[in-house]
Design a protein around this ligand. Structure first.
Ligand code: OAD
Length: 245
């Protein structure tokens, strides 16, 4: 891909960069996007019917089993070249914040350090009552496993529809978006709030906004640079073009 010279020059000299990623970044690792994740047994359900406090209250075992199935599905899944290119970027940019909507943990697995998981992490499990994280649990039991401290039902540490985002992560993400010189929106449809508003927050503060996505999104008309294609190809090409690695 040919990157505009002014964009390359800008990235070369940038010292504060924020990146927002979405499901598209994990697509080349073989993970289906959130709304595609329903297959086989689960095809009859909408994600909204499984990923909500109401669903957990009315049928906790159904919700637990869906997440157990999703945890099983991501076993053996590995980061792709896009994840690794973002690790390289972090090594070269003094203040680099990676904000992700993905719950798969692949950015940290690849080696990214400063990661804000806005929607939580599917591999972590906490008590729905007292909030304490569980170290171990029985994935496939008759009943939803219970907290060893208070007996509350365990649940995945992800943000469900209708729930607030983790406050500290969101505040750090907004701060990173407002203070960066360059903001990347990568592999996200940009429709889910409040993550989607981060690009606008960056732009309002004068940051250059860049989009990398397989297809145009609602954000596309508002960005300074837009690159269409797979992030697993474009990101390594970009890192090579800027830092010759
Ligand atoms: P989406 O599934 O809404 O969007 C994925 C985006 O990635 C689309 O715009 C695709 O065109 C693009 N895409 C697909 N493959 C790609 C590739 N190889 N390279 C680059 N782009 C690619 O996923 P998100 O935007 O992450 O929230 O969805 C945001 C949130 O919606 C999720 O975190 C989830 C859901 O509601 C919660 O669970 C709270």
């Amino acid at each position: 891909m040919d990157f505009p010279t002014d964009f390359i020059r800008f990235l070369t000299s940038a010292t504060r960069v924020a990146v927002l990623t979405g499901a598209g970044v994990s697509q080349e690792s073989g993970l289906r996007t959130f709304r595609d994740a329903q297959t086989g047994l689960w095809a009859q359900y909408k994600p909204e019917d499984l990923a909500s406090p109401e669903a957990f209250a009315s049928d906790p075992k159904l919700v637990w089993d869906w997440y157990a199935w999703r945890r099983e599905a991501i076993k053996g899944v590995r980061p792709n070249a896009g994840h690794y290119a973002l690790v390289e970027m972090e090594h070269r940019i003094p203040e680099f914040t990676l904000i992700t909507q993905n719950v798969d943990g692949l950015h940290r697995f690849a080696g990214s350090q400063n990661v804000l998981e806005l929607h939580g992490n599917i591999q972590k499990v906490r008590c729905s009552n007292c909030g304490k994280f569980a170290e171990m649990w029985d994935e496939y039991t008759e009943q939803v496993p219970q907290c060893l401290i208070c007996g509350g039902l365990l649940r995945p540490d992800v943000v469900w529809f209708g729930e607030s985002l983790p406050r500290a992560e969101l505040e750090s993400a907004v701060e990173a978006a407002r203070s960066c010189q360059l903001f990347f929106s990568i592999g996200t449809s940009g429709v889910v709030q409040p993550a989607a508003s981060l690009a606008h927050a960056a732009r309002n503060k004068g940051s250059v906004v860049v989009e990398i996505n397989a297809e145009p999104t609602p954000l596309t008309p508002k960005v300074d640079f837009s690159f269409h294609g797979k992030s697993g190809s474009i990101l390594p090409e970009l890192v090579k073009a800027v830092w010759r690695i």
